[in-house]
Design a binder for this molecule. Structure first.
Ligand code: FUB
Length: 330
C-alpha cells in the first residue's frame, strides 16, 4: 500500500469507527424503545418549543432552524407543529405558519406560543418588522390547532417603538400568553427587559398599557407564564449562555419573588427556551439544546422533554436534563 492509499484507508477507518461508535453507544444503554430519547425530533432542527394541552393531546409548536451549512445565525422562516397523546410518540403536521403570512414582516420566525379561546386558536409570534426597525410581535388565528393560521390583524400587535426600557431593537420577542381564571388574558414578552400587557377578549388587541416587570435578575429572554394551585410562575432565560430561572407571585401583576435556577446551561447551545405544561397528571419541562450529533449547536437546535417536579410549597425542583427523556403518559 503506498503512503497516500494508507492515509486514505486510515482516515476512512477512523471516520467509520467514529460513526459506528456513535451508533453502538446509542444501542449499548439498553433503553426500552418506549422511552422518548431526547431530542424528541431528529429529522429537523427544532427550537423555541411552546406546548399546550387541547382535549386529549398535547400540541407542540416550534421554530425551525434551517441555516445553510456554512452559516451560524438564526435562519428561521417557518414554524412547525407536532401533536402527541402520550408525550413520546409525536406526529408532525404540515407547517401551519410561515413568516410570509405576515405581509408587514420581513423575516425571522422566532419564538412563539399558541393558546385556545372560545374554539379559536391564537398564535403569538416574534418576527422582524418590515418597516418599523426591529423585532415585533404578531398574532395569527385558526379554527384548528393544526391550522392553517392566518394573520389576525394585518399589522403587528407590538412594535419596537412601543417599548422604551432598552435601547436594543430586539426587546420585543418571545411572546408568552395566559388566560387567567377570571377570563382576563395577558401577553408577556421581552429580551433584556420583560414586559406584559392585558389583551382584550378578542385576543388581538392590547387592553391597557405595556408595563415592565422588575425583580427578575439577569433576565435575558424567553418568559413563560403559567399558573398552578394559586401561584403564578414566570420562568425565563437567565444570563447568556442561558440557564432557566423562575420567579413566583400570588398576583399576576407582581411583585415577583425570584426563586432561583431550575435548569443549567445546556452546554451545546447558547439558548435553552422552555415551555412548562401539565398533562395526564405529570408536569413537563420542554426545552431545546444543541444535542443532535449531525452538526447540532446554537443555531441547529433540538427540542427535548424532561419531567418537572414541584416541592410541597410550590417551588420547582431543579430539572434533570436527560437523553432518555420521559415515559409514555397514560
Ligand atoms: O430562536 C430565536 C431566538 O433564540 C428566540 O426568540 C430566543 O428565545 C432564543 O431561543
Amino acid at each position: 500500500m503506498n503512503i497516500k492509499l494508507f492515509k486514505i484507508s486510515f482516515l476512512a477507518a477512523l471516520a467509520f469507527g467514529q460513526l459506528t461508535g456513535v451508533c453502538q453507544s446509542a444501542k449499548k444503554d439498553n433503553m426500552p424503545d418506549t422511552l422518548a430519547r431526547n431530542p424528541i425530533i431528529k429529522d429537523k432542527y427544532t427550537a423555541d418549543p411552546a406546548a399546550f394541552v387541547y382535549k386529549d393531546s398535547v400540541y407542540l409548536y416550534t421554530g425551525h432552524d434551517a441555516p445553510p451549512n456554512d452559516k451560524n445565525y438564526y435562519y428561521m422562516s417557518e414554524w412547525l407543529c407536532y401533536s402527541s397523546a402520550d408525550m413520546v410518540n409525536w406526529k408532525e403536521h404540515p407547517s401551519p405558519l410561515n413568516v410570509k403570512e405576515f405581509k408587514w414582516a420581513k423575516a425571522d420566525a422566532w419564538a412563539s406560543q399558541v393558546i385556545e379561546r372560545d374554539g379559536k386558536f391564537y398564535w403569538y409570534v416574534a418576527v422582524e418588522h418590515g418597516t418599523v426597525n426591529g423585532k415585533a410581535i404578531g398574532v395569527a388565528v385558526a379554527d384548528k390547532p393544526t391550522g392553517p393560521f392566518r394573520d389576525a390583524r394585518g399589522s403587528a400587535l407590538i412594535t419596537n417603538d412601543m417599548t422604551k426600557q432598552t435601547g436594543i431593537t430586539w426587546d420585543d420577542i418571545d411572546p408568552s400568553v395566559i388566560i387567567d381564571d377570571d377570563g382576563q388574558a395577558y401577553l408577556f414578552w421581552g429580551n433584556t427587559a420583560c414586559y406584559y400587557a392585558k389583551l382584550k377578549p378578542n385576543m388581538t388587541e392590547l387592553d391597557g398599557p405595556i408595563k415592565a416587570i422588575t425583580g427578575l435578575p439577569n433576565f435575558t429572554e424567553a418568559p413563560w407564564i403559567h399558573k398552578r394551585k394559586g401561584w403564578y410562575y414566570l420562568s425565563y432565560a437567565y444570563q447568556f449562555p442561558e440557564k432557566i430561572a423562575y420567579a413566583m407571585s400570588k398576583n399576576i401583576n407582581g411583585p415577583w419573588v425570584f426563586k432561583g435556577i431550575i435548569n443549567e446551561v445546556a452546554g451545546n447551545s447558547n439558548t435553552n427556551h422552555q415551555s412548562i405544561i401539565d398533562f395526564k397528571g405529570k408536569s413537563y419541562f420542554i426545552y431545546h439544546n444543541g444535542a443532535l450529533p449531525t452538526n447540532g449547536g446554537s443555531y441547529r437546535r433540538s427540542v427535548c422533554i424532561d419531567y418537572l417536579y414541584y416541592n410541597a410549597d410550590g417551588t420547582i425542583k431543579k430539572i434533570q436534563m436527560s437523553t432518555q427523556g420521559v415515559k409514555p403518559a397514560k
